[in-house]
Design a protein around this ligand. Structure first.
Ligand code: NDP
Length: 246
């Protein structure tokens, strides 16, 4: 489905990003793996990609740092000779109630989750425009659609990603570049692994399918959105949440 395509996945060391990198490799793509701090995890993703006979390289880059993003995208283009797919998956949570949240806690989440996605798009789009084609997939969240108590920073960033997705879709459609968002519900990763048992149990009661999702549930959709089969889909937000937000 993605034979000889080149993908850049942010937050590719762990969780959903790793699954996206692996499933894209299984579908035939080479993958540039962007992570922030955990180089060992990123190298393990690289090893998994290589088991499919595809090439992968790891890049340490804080997506919230514009100069770092600029340098990383240039390096990826030099290393791989091009780029076809961008997946903005890197994300953090810093939960707390709005009435007591320190301002830096709010802006840190916006900077990584939303501004970081913009920085990546900003650096990649010139290349996509010149080659008249490209796929952008933003990993948002159902929190950005329904709100979530304790996550005003995260929900605002994820809602912002939806506006970013729809705007980029409109700006780039004429150049054969699609931009879509995936909105996961509760997915089993390190991010949700930190949640107290009580919160997990309450969350499960709200999911009609009665279980948390797997990273592969998100990755399979990302592969589809990156493929030719999705060439007429743009500006869309697709939930993968077991019915959490129907
Ligand atoms: P994890 O916490 O398991 O992994 C996060 C990844 O993002 C890591 O690879 C981490 O790098 C990377 N990262 C964090 N900050 C930065 C940064 N500033 N620059 C570059 N990379 C960074 O998260 P998940 O796999 O659970 O989540 C992936 C995405 O899916 C996130 O955007 C999240 O908001 C979203 N999502 C997750 C849900 C879930 O239930 N898990 C639900 C809805 C949305 P490193 O390994 O180096 O630390």
């Amino acid at each position: 489905m993605l034979t000889d395509k080149i993908a850049l996945v942010t937050g590719a060391g762990r969780g959903i990003g790793r699954a996206i990198a692996v499933e894209m490799a299984r579908a035939g793509a080479d993958v540039a793996l962007v992570y922030e701090r955990n180089g060992e995890a990123a190298q393990e993703t690289q090893r998994l990609v290589e088991t499919f006979g595809r090439s992968a390289r790891t890049y340490a880059c804080d997506v919230g740092d514009f100069q770092a993003v600029k340098a990383t995208v240039s390096q990826v283009l030099a290393d791989f000779g091009g780029l076809d797919i961008l997946v903005n998956n890197a994300g953090i949570t810093r939960d707390g109630l709005a009435m007591v949240m320190p301002p830096e806690q709010f802006t840190a989440v916006i900077q990584t989750n939303l501004t970081g996605a913009f920085y990546m798009i900003r650096q990649v789009c010139g290349h996509f425009v010149r080659k008249r084609g490209g796929r952008i997939i933003n990993i948002s969240s159902v929190s950005g659609m329904m709100g979530n108590a304790g996550q005003c920073n995260y929900a605002a960033a994820k809602a912002g990603m939806i506006g970013l997705t729809k705007t980029i879709a409109r700006e780039m459609a004429g150049r054969n570049i699609t931009c879509n968002a995936i909105a996961p519900g509760f997915i089993e990763t390190d991010m949700t692994g930190d949640l107290p048992q009580k919160v997990r149990e309450t969350a499960l009661t709200q999911i009609p399918m009665g279980r948390m999702g797997n990273p592969k549930d998100i990755a399979d959709l990302a592969v589809f959105l990156a493929s030719e089969k999705a060439s007429y889909i743009t500006g869309e937000v697709i939930k993968v949440d077991g019915g959490l937000y129907i």
